[in-house]
Design a protein around this ligand. Structure first.
Ligand code: FNR
Length: 362
């Protein structure tokens, strides 16, 4: 029998980790991880849209000294692959977020620590080796959001990533399977915080009767901007108009994302969102993008469509469940090597050379 968390030799692409994770994870965890909102249409679209875009191959380019390096928010990064915030890493591995972050550091990737992480922030920060960002879900009471920000700053976070697209959600897959967190796994950093009161009234949505009363609004962003000196990033942007509002509100970057298809179902795939948002912003803010990125060629396409860097969601938990920190580092090295191959095949010696002309237009 294969030892736990040993990487099998036939794992050569991210889909191999997904396949093995499907066999390894508890079915309830698998349903939570793979599911999207409602009918899962945006998640499916995220995955298929990259494959429907064709690239223009280029020959005989001078690729000596080629590099995937970039500067982002004052950081010098070896490559444009970051880990997206994902809740409850203990569902995939007993080492939880610390294990993933170890793999991220080995793979030279920025890690994102979710508000719904299953590890205490201070404990995580004391062990963290590489750069990491804190993902904020706005709390019912402003002082609780502030407490999270202060705890993240004290623990060494390099940026605050406000996710604003998930104040309410419709998750049929989770509801059908009766998803519950197992004993011992919970969002430890918000345990004891007040939740929005859910009031019942026949025929009225609990969203309108509670959850949205204290959800963040554009007017709250000035307070958030004043609450921290760390770079602020808005995650979940799917509208060109919101991208412009984000620039005006003082965000330092945005993440174009439909939350891996887990927010409003039928939002366009990220590959379709990117060009219009990049066109609206005209370079005013760096754009990160996530959703269905599984190949190095997907990364080239995202950058050609206007992204500066990309974030990887589900594959980090696939790799974590199969190979622990080594799995995460290996997953990142696969994607990085694929990115280098795709850059070489499109004649790009640097990320800056990846331009919209690389997208094949019939
Ligand atoms: C997420 N995502 C997410 N985002 C966030 O800001 N905070 C969170 O706690 C979570 N949790 C979470 C759990 C699970 C199981 C999934 C699949 C996703 C969204 C995540 O950051 C990212 O936007 C998507 O996962 C990107 O799509 P791919 O790469 O998974 O296709």
């Amino acid at each position: 029998m294969r030892a736990a968390f040993e990487i099998p030799p036939d794992v050569v692409a991210l889909c191999d980790y997904e396949r093995l994770a499907g066999a390894r994870l508890d079915p309830m965890v698998g349903a939570w991880l793979e599911g999207g909102a409602a009918d899962g249409l945006s998640h499916a679209a995220n995955l298929s849209a990259w494959g429907q875009i064709a690239l223009e191959g280029r020959l005989l380019a001078d690729l000596r000294g080629a590099s995937t390096a970039l500067s982002l928010l004052g950081m010098e990064l070896a490559h444009p692959l970051l880990l997206a915030p994902v809740a409850y890493h203990h569902l995939a591995h007993p080492g939880g977020e610390a294990e993933t972050a170890l793999g991220a550091a080995a793979g030279e990737a920025v890690f994102s620590f979710s508000t719904l992480a299953s590890t205490p922030l201070a404990e995580f920060g004391a062990e963290a080796r590489g750069p990491w960002w804190f993902q904020l879900y706005w709390q019912h009471r402003r002082e609780d959001s502030l407490a999270l920000i202060r705890a993240a700053e004290a623990a060494g976070a390099g940026a605050i990533l406000l996710t604003a697209d998930a104040a309410v959600k419709l998750r049929n897959t989770e509801a059908r399977i009766g998803f519950r967190l197992p004993e011992g796994v919970r969002a430890v950093n918000i345990a004891g915080f007040a939740q929005a009161p859910v009031r019942e009234q026949p025929g009225r949505s609990p969203a309108f009767l509670g959850a949205l009363e204290t959800a963040p609004r554009w007017q709250d962003i000035a307070w958030l901007r004043g609450a921290t000196r760390l770079p602020l990033i808005l995650k979940g942007v799917s509208s060109p108009r919101d991208a412009l509002l984000a620039a005006e509100a003082g965000f330092d970057a945005i993440v174009v994302s439909n939350h891996g298809g887990r927010a409003l179902d039928t939002l366009p795939a990220t590959a379709r969102l990117l060009p219009r948002i990049a066109d609206a912003l005209q370079g005013r803010l760096p754009i990160l993008a996530d959703g269905g990125i599984r190949r190095g060629s997907d990364v080239v396409k995202a950058l050609a469509l206007g992204a500066t860097a990309v974030m990887i969601g589900r594959p980090q938990l696939h790799a974590l469940s199969v190979g622990g920190a080594r799995g995460v580092a290996h997953m990142l090295s696969i994607l990085r090597a694929e990115l280098e191959v795709a850059m070489a095949q499109t004649g790009c010696a640097s990320l800056k050379a990846i331009s919209p002309d690389l997208i094949w237009r019939d």
